[in-house]
Design a protein around this ligand. Structure first.
Ligand code: FE2
Length: 189
């Protein structure tokens, strides 16, 4: 196991102590549920990895770097969205598609709000709050631009699993079950 894979496993394990942004599950439960949903749906391992790590910017970096949080933290002057910070953290190690899906998981929500009226109505209160911090509903021009991206379906799939991965007490694979996948993709770090 590489240092980077170990570091992420450790950060995920410690994220069990933190609730997932105003929801009723922990950060770890949320990550495990999201990755399990992807696996159950037959997603390839890149997309499963993106689902497991999509919120890495919430729990594996200095909170002062994060601008879009529901908790009253002191965001520093150069704080950015957790999706940007998390994608930058893993980008040197993972395939470009994995980092892109992590980077886009906030924009995917903004896109779905613009293109599916019923989607916004289903968002949790916490998710609506962060939507405002992440730029709000996407405008038509932005949505048209994003629609042409070949990986958009992957980012939208991740987003929908992300939205569903908030069920208190749902049984999942344990974190250790994901260690081989992390080792395979982050083994060079
Ligand atoms: Fe999430």
């Amino acid at each position: 196991m590489s240092r980077m894979a170990d570091r992420l496993l450790d950060a995920l394990a410690r994220s069990a102590r933190h609730s997932y942004g105003g929801e009723t599950v922990s950060e770890l439960e949320h990550a495990l549920q999201c990755a399990d949903l992807a696996r159950a749906a037959g997603a390839d391992t890149e997309l499963q990895l993106a689902c497991l790590l999509h919120d890495v910017g919430r729990y594996a970096v200095d909170p002062a770097l994060i601008a879009d949080t529901t908790e009253p933290r002191r965001a520093g002057p150069r704080a950015r969205g957790h999706h940007e910070v998390g994608a930058d953290l893993i980008a040197p190690w993972v395939p470009a598609r994995v980092a892109w899906c992590v980077r886009m998981h906030a924009d995917a929500k903004r896109y779905l709000c613009a293109t599916e009226p019923a989607y916004y109505d289903r968002l949790s209160a916490a998710s609506r709050h962060t939507l405002r911090l992440q730029g709000g509903v996407m405008n038509a021009e932005e949505a048209r631009h994003l629609r042409e991206h070949p990986w958009l379906p992957d980012a939208l799939a991740l987003r929908r699993w992300d939205d569903q991965a908030k069920v208190p007490g749902r049984a999942t694979q344990p974190l250790e079950a994901w260690a081989p996948l992390l080792g395979r993709y982050l083994g060079r770090g």
